[in-house]
Ligand binder design. Structure first.
Ligand code: VGL
Ligand code: ZN
Length: 202
């Protein structure tokens, strides 16, 4: 399908640490790569995001005494799942999957670079207030509709899609080009929340 001049694809976090063998591996995470490569050039605007954490990031279980990976704790901005150390700035795990056609990216947005706050969404950090600047970029390019693909369906993809509709963009998630972490029913919850918010799932 060819898309209009206002359509952007946002490729979320297709990085080694979210692929099999990585620090926070998503089952089948690498399977999204050919699917994404196939559709990338149908979109006139192409943005890739890269999870990009400093050593000792606040979302890492290893930064909290006595905590285990996948525990949820209370942070000043709300509940936060604690993750294994992943996507550390400059590490191999933070690199994009080697087969992903990153050369087609017009904009690469790094997020999660502040020690004290995580950033699942491509638009806002987890306080839902601190902007990443992506909204301004997309508006500056005349984008009205965003298609989201990548990893993980139930965290960074869902949070980005929900923020996109909240900001007034039309938002679509191509599920065959996404894979989920699915922690305690998080995938079902995310799909229901996206549908209720008006995100097109296809
Ligand atoms: C993600 C957990 C932690 C994601 C990033 O890309 O969905 N999930 N950091
Ligand atoms: Zn992360």
């Amino acid at each position: 399908m060819k898309h209009g001049p206002e359509d952007a694809i946002i490729v979320i976090d297709v990085q080694n640490d979210f692929c099999p063998g990585g620090a926070l591996a998503v089952e089948g995470g690498d399977e999204v790569v050919p699917e994404i490569n196939r559709i990338l050039r149908d979109f006139p605007v192409r943005v890739f995001t890269q999870d990009w954490h400093p050593i000792g990031h606040g979302s890492f279980a290893s930064s909290h005494d006595g905590a285990q990976a996948f525990d949820t704790i209370r942070m000043p901005y709300g509940p936060q799942v604690l993750w294994p150390d992943h996507c550390v700035q400059g590490s191999d795990g933070a690199e994009f999957h080697e087969d992903l056609h990153v050369e087609t990216a017009e904009m690469i947005l790094r997020k999660g670079f502040r020690h004290e706050i995580d950033s699942y969404s491509a638009f806002f950090e987890n306080d839902k207030i601190t902007s990443t600047g992506l909204e301004g970029y997309l508006r500056g390019r005349g984008v009205t509709c965003v298609t989201l693909v990548g990893l993980a369906t139930d965290y960074c993809v869902a949070w980005s899609a929900l923020d996109a509709v909240r900001l007034g963009f039309e938002a679509r998630v191509k599920l065959s080009a996404c894979r989920a972490i699915d922690l305690n029913g998080s995938l079902d919850a995310a799909l229901r929340e996206m549908e209720a918010a008006g995100v097109t799932l296809y």
